[in-house]
Write a protein that binds this ligand. Structure first.
Ligand code: NAD
Ligand code: TYD
Length: 338
């Protein structure tokens, strides 16, 4: 089976490609990635020599590039996106371009070649929920430019199923963590800041709740959806590891034997969703269940960042540092917290 994976040089995409090559011996993969600040060719250094794997540097908004990369593909899996909520608040334009127009370009290409399409969406499309959990048919009420652009993309994908009969699947996973996650996101930012004895900037009161999912469990769930999901359907993916940001922060500090005095409460994120929670019964009916216990997966993740300091130190310099200086330090008065 031939796959076009977009955004495969990012966090989840690179973990997915590695899993696919390991578990599906007959798979052929083209990875199309623009290599934005979030994409990192190093993430897949270990599979570069695999004859079944090809990397193409390119933009999912560029129809010519996408058509060339998708030629002969049976399935397009779209991980490519601008993915950070804070950046979407500062600079929404790139989210509309990549997450919405990029998805449209891929869908048109899938239609041209008559191949399947998987849209990797997010639980953030539902918005916040104070009690209970969202089901796949719950109303979408995204809060940020990021989650709104993701909602637009998956609705567009669903419309290609309804209108053109394109085989489309949508996954909505909760917050992922694990190896190769960019250090701008909560868990890797806090692990690496703590390692450097820098402040951990907790937004607001730190009582916001996220349902944490180990990235390999998400990748296996995506495989289950590809193998056994029903065309036109949406699948929530969550492991039920609901924790407040402050609880996560304390676990990270304990795992690294660092003091709580590193915690710094800073100005809250505008439009900050209080709690995400999805009901995952539908994906469990496909035979999937999370395999990683949260505490153990977090320890392994801390171990990975400890063992790969060169990887994240490079990412925390250059463009990233400039971006932080522009938007983050000023907003939170954090000095050199990044
Ligand atoms: P990421 O930011 O680590 O990676 C995104 C990748 O997309 C990068 O490699 C980047 O170079 C590439 N990219 C960006 N714009 C592109 C463009 N125009 N053309 C081609 N490539 C482009 O993101 P991630 O955390 O791996 O998330 C992957 C997908 O999963 C995203 O669609 C995201 O919305 C979704 N998702 C993520 C999470 C999470 O917790 N990380 C949770 C639910 C859903
Ligand atoms: P993040 O990793 O950005 O994921 P998302 O916003 O998509 O859920 O943030 C996870 C939670 O952590 C979210 O409630 C915002 C909070 N957060 C902080 O408190 N401080 C930080 O520096 C970051 C990056 C996030």
């Amino acid at each position: 089976m031939k796959f076009l994976v977009t955004g495969g040089a990012g966090f989840i995409g690179s973990n997915f490609i590695r899993l696919l090559l390991r578990e599906r011996k007959d798979s052929e993969i083209v990875n199309l990635d623009k290599l934005t600040y979030a994409g990192n060719i190093e993430n897949l250094r270990d599979v570069e020599g695999d004859r079944r794997y090809t990397f193409v540097k390119g933009d999912i908004c560029d129809r010519e590039v996408v058509e060339a990369a998708a030629d002969g593909a049976d399935l397009i899996i779209n991980f490519a996106a601008e993915s950070h909520v804070d950046r979407s608040i500062n600079e929404p334009g790139s989210f509309i371009r990549t997450d919405v127009f990029g998805a449209y370009t891929l869908l048109e290409t899938a239609r041209k070649y008559d191949c399947g399409f998987v849209q990797i969406s997010t639980d953030e499309v539902y918005g916040s929920i104070s009690e209970g959990s969202f089901f796949e048919n719950s109303m979408l009420s995204p809060s940020s430019p990021y989650s709104s652009s993701k909602a637009a993309a998956e609705l567009l994908a669903k419309s290609y199923f309804t209108t053109y009969g394109l085989p489309v699947l949508v996954t909505r996973s909760s917050n992922n963590f694990g190896p190769f996650q960019h250090p701008e996101k909560l868990i890797p930012l806090f692990i690496t800041n703590a390692m450097e004895n820098k402040p951990l900037p907790v937004y607001g009161d730190g009582q916001q709740v996220r349902d944490w999912l180990y990235v390999i469990d998400n990748c296996r769930a995506i495989l289950a959806v590809i193998d056994r999901g029903k065309s036109g359907e949406v699948y929530n993916i969550g492991a039920g590891n609901e924790l407040t940001n402050l609880q996560i922060t304390e676990m990270i500090l304990a795992g690294l034997h660092k003091p709580s005095s590193l915690i710094k409460f800073v100005k809250d994120r505008p439009g900050h969703d209080k709690r995400y929670s999805v009901e995952a019964a539908k994906i469990r009916q496909l035979g999937w269940h999370p395999e990683y216990e949260f505490g153990k997966a977090l320890s392994e993740t801390i171990g990975w960042y400890r063992g790969n300091a060169g990887w994240w130190q490079r990412l925390k310099s250059g463009e990233f540092l400039e971006y932080y200086k522009r938007h983050y330090h000023e907003r939170h008065g954090l000095g050199d917290a990044a």
